[in-house]
Design a protein around this ligand. Structure first.
Ligand SMILES: [Zn+2]
Length: 132
C-alpha cells in the first residue's frame, strides 16, 4: 500500500521524522521522570517537564487492541487494512497499521516494527507479527 499524502513535520517532531529516514524508531524520554512518550510533544505527558531527550527504541511491542478498516477514509488508501494500538516495549502506545490480514491478528500478539517508505525519504512505522 502506498501512502497517499506526506505527514506534517514541525520543529517538535523533526527528530522523530529524521529517525525514520534511518529506519530508527525514536521516542522522547523525559530527563526528570525517565518515562517515554509518543507522539512527540513539547512537554512530558507524565510530569510536565520540558527537558526531553530522544532515544532509539526497540521496535518491539504487543497488540492490545485492533480493528479492520473496511472503507478507505479518503482516495489513495486501499481497504481493508488493520489498525492497532501497539503497546511498545518501552511503555507508550502507538497507533499503527499491522501488515497482516484480519485472520492473522489477535490481541496480546507480539509484533515487531518494519517501515513503509514515503516519497520524501521519511518512513511510517508499521508492525508485523513476530516470526510472521
Ligand atoms: Zn516526565
Amino acid at each position: 500500500m502506498t501512502f497517499p499524502y506526506l505527514p506534517i513535520e514541525d520543529s517538535i517532531s523533526a527528530p522523530y521524522w529524521e529517525g525514520t529516514r534511518a529506519e530508527e524508531l525514536r521516542l522522547q524520554k523525559c530527563v526528570a521522570c525517565s518515562k517515554f512518550q509518543h507522539y512527540p510533544r513539547a512537554l512530558c505527558s507524565h510530569c510536565g517537564h520540558t527537558n526531553l531527550e530522544w532515544q532509539k527504541v526497540s521496535g518491539q511491542g504487543i497488540i492490545d487492541s485492533w480493528t479492520e478498516v473496511m472503507r478507505a477514509p479518503q482516495e489513495g488508501f486501499e481497504a481493508p487494512y488493520i489498525i492497532a494500538r501497539v503497546r511498545l516495549a518501552e511503555g507508550p502506545i502507538m497507533l499503527s497499521r499491522i501488515d497482516v490480514s484480519s485472520s492473522e491478528v489477535s490481541c496480546d500478539q507480539p509484533v515487531v516494527l518494519k517501515w513503509q517508505h514515503l516519497s520524501d525519504g521519511r518512513a511510517l512505522p508499521l508492525f508485523v507479527p513476530v516470526g510472521g
